[in-house]
Ligand binder design. Structure first.
Ligand code: 5GP
Ligand code: MG
Ligand code: MG
Length: 180
């Protein structure tokens, strides 16, 4: 698995330090909330979210949503389908969506629209990574880990063809891997 890595873009140490920083910000911003729920987007956000929630020093609930965007494995099409919906209603709750990466922004803008229509008390977005050069729709990111260049990355939850999620760093794979 490590043989497939061309370059480490963000190390485990940098990731954990950033997560701590985001956790402190979120803890401060939500300290008056008595109905705080963190919603992870499956599957990519799972690793980030499990570290993030443990750096938030507040009572909170978690839930997950799975969406599929039709397209190739390295590019999303903008047509989004809900594969797994939330277990609980978000009405009246302070909702924080946690995502691994924003690329075109189509997936999150769709999710934001859907969750907004369910009348949460507040709705914010936290993403570990952002590729701003690739944006196709306007999207407000409230909490951001890192801006990255336009390279396809894996690790720390992010996959290529379902694999590499358990790499500890954010990495770029060798070009021959993507050609399959
Ligand atoms: P968007 O809808 O913003 O174009 O795409 C967001 C989704 O595409 C992310 O949640 C992620 O699943 C996938 N994606 C976009 N860029 C990358 C990348 O560089 N690496 C990986 N593994 N997934 C990506
Ligand atoms: Mg994702
Ligand atoms: Mg993926």
């Amino acid at each position: 698995m490590l043989n497939d890595v061309k370059q480490v873009l963000i190390t485990e140490e940098q990731l954990l330090e950033k997560v701590k920083e985001l956790g402190e910000k979120i803890t401060n911003d939500y300290k008056d909330s008595d109905n705080f729920i963190v919603i992870g987007v499956l599957k990519g956000a799972v690793v980030f979210m499990s570290d993030l929630i443990r750096s938030i020093e507040l009572p909170l609930k978690i839930d997950f949503m799975a969406v599929s965007s039709y397209g190739t494995s390295t590019e999303s099409s903008g047509v989004v389908r809900i594969l797994k919906d939330l277990d609980e209603s978000v009405e009246g709750k302070d909702v924080l969506i946690v995502e691994d990466i924003v690329d075109s922004g189509l997936t999150l803008s769709y999710m934001h629209k859907i969750l907004k229509s369910r009348k949460p008390a507040s709705l914010k977005i936290c993403t570990l990574l952002d590729k701003p050069n690739r944006r196709k729709v306007d999207l407000k990111i409230d909490y951001l880990g890192f801006e990255i260049p336009d390279d396809f990355v894996v690790g720390y939850g992010l996959d290529y063809a379902g694999k590499y999620r358990n790499l500890r760093d954010i990495c770029v794979l060798k070009p021959e891997i993507y050609k399959g």
